[in-house]
Design a protein around this ligand. Structure first.
Ligand SMILES: Cc1cc2nc3c(=O)[nH]c(=O)nc-3n(C[C@H](O)[C@H](O)[C@H](O)COP(=O)(O)OP(=O)(O)OC[C@H]3O[C@@H](n4cnc5c(N)ncnc54)[C@H](O)[C@@H]3O)c2cc1C
Length: 419
């Protein structure tokens, strides 16, 4: 079902003022929307970028101000006539009257509502799993507390070897801490990376002195006052001053659930990010698009997806054709920074994959090209921007490239783009 296009007297309320919400507000203005835009976030302060929270923000000196990490400079909101209500939580949506209710009891009217509520860290389901020495990392306040705790700690344990856990591990090593990573799966980054890239990161962290235990299940955590005791399923017992759990996130679907919008592992949406209610959109980490550029129902957690989903939703609200604004052959991409190395990846690594490793032109550059049968599905490039650009372009063109060509060290990657 389609909703009527926005007019100059329409009001758009966006719940969640992070990467997706702010990008949606920005795109609506760029597309000429002259009505009211209100961005609401339960966090206080000017919205900050999330990726630095496990990297530069965590390592920043106390003298570095939050402003250097703002998603948009403070005047941007007024300049674009976007009302930012921060420190307010949306508690209730009333679809019949098109109202929302905030935690202070205020009611606000909307014509279109955008849920950009993101996700919340999954809690460790272990006995005694609560202590100020046990932390998660999602929001700026978490990162501020973690930065403070890191300075007081020497032995740091990371539970979960996903990107956030590994980035925190690298930052903690940069601060000279002793770091242990415990991962339940049999390899690091098992959910998101190729086996070859997992193995690369395993060795990278080991070479920086990180102790890694894969296939290791945490059974219990106890705060002994002086530190934490961590018991593993196989009977091993470890200690740490600080434990950071990075074991995935749960999409914040509660507002949608309460009004009967269809949800699963996220808020189900069309490819245009419209939920099962035609005037309510869901974008960013909370959205589970039906069959977008992921070619399947996949919930993506990345800045690129936050941006793309916001742009597609805004174009739809303005009755524009999203493909006029967003390239139809766009592929998902992601980056990570660990130590002084930058990963750039594009595409999605399929469960069954065959990966080819290519050394780059300069020392230390390497890329992993993952194929399903004979189709290129993903590229993961470490410090090799050229391989990434070529891989991403090949993926956008459909991924039809022979494995042998990629495997041949003599292949001039740049020439493939001209072919
Ligand atoms: C530490 C860290 C490092 C990352 N690094 C990278 C990286 O290197 N590269 C990359 O591509 N991605 C990275 N990501 C992922 C990326 O940041 C997320 O994909 C992105 O933030 C998703 O944006 P979002 O707006 O959908 O959700 P979020 O950023 O989760 O924001 C949702 C917002 O909604 C607010 N909210 C929720 N419910 C309500 C309510 N009821 N009322 C009011 N407000 C509400 C929350 O307070 C929050 O501010 C990282 C994430 C983290 C946490």
């Amino acid at each position: 079902m389609t909703s009527p296009p926005l007019t100059a007297s329409s009001s758009v309320i966006i719940v969640g003022a992070s990467h997706a919400g702010v990008a949606c507000a920005e795109r609506l203005r760029k597309l000429g929307f002259e009505g009211k835009i209100t961005l609401i976030d339960r966090l206080s302060g000017i919205p900050l970028e999330r990726p630095p929270l496990s990297k530069k923000f965590l390592l920043a000196e106390a003298s570095v101000t939050d402003e250097s990490f703002s998603l948009r400079a403070e005047p941007w909101y007024d300049d674009n006539q976007i009302t930012l209500k921060h420190g307010c939580e949306v508690k209730v949506i009333t679809p019949s009257t098109k109202m929302i209710t905030l935690d202070d009891g205020e009611h606000m009217q909307w014509d279109v509502l955008v849920l950009a509520t993101g996700a919340t860290p999954r809690a460790l389901s272990v006995s005694n799993g609560s202590s100020e020495r046990l932390m998660v990392l999602r929001h700026p306040e978490d990162a501020r507390t973690l930065r403070h705790q890191l300075h007081k700690s020497q032995d740091v344990m990371i539970i979960g070897g996903g990107y956030i856990g590994l980035e925190v591990a690298a930052s903690a090593r940069k601060l000279g801490k002793s770091v242990t990573v415990v991962e339940a799966a049999d390899r690091l980054l098992a959910r998101v990376a190729s086996e070859a890239a997992s193995s690369f990161f395993h060795h990278l962290h080991q070479s920086h002195g990180v102790a890694i235990h894969t296939g290791a299940q945490v059974k219990s955590l106890t705060d002994e006052g002086q530190g934490m005791t961590i018991s593993l399923g196989d009977g091993r017992v470890m200690t740490a001053d600080l434990v950071v759990a990075g074991i995935g996130v749960i999409p914040e679907t509660q507002l949608a659930d309460a009004i009967g919008i269809t949800t699963g592992n996220g808020i189900l949406t069309s490819n245009n990010y419209q939920s099962s209610h035609p005037d309510i959109y869901a974008i960013g980490d909370v959205a589970l698009p039906d069959h977008g550029y992921t070619h399947g129902q996949i919930r993506l957690e990345s800045v690129h997806h936050a941006q793309m989903s916001a742009e597609i939703a805004a174009a739809t609200m303005m009755a524009k054709t999203p493909s006029d604004y967003v390239a139809e052959n766009e592929v998902p991409w992601f980056w990570s920074e660990q130590y002084d190395l930058r990963l750039q990846s594009a595409g999605l690594v399929p469960a069954q994959h065959h990966t080819i490793r290519r050394e780059g032109r300069r020392e230390g550059q390497v890329s992993f090209w993952s194929f399903s049968d004979h189709k290129l599905e993903a590229i993961e490039a470490l410090g090799d921007a050229q391989a990434y650009m070529v891989g991403r372009s090949l993926l956008a063109a459909g991924g039809t490239i022979s494995r042998d060509i990629i495997a041949d060290p003599e292949t001039d990657l740049k020439a493939l783009l001209k072919a």
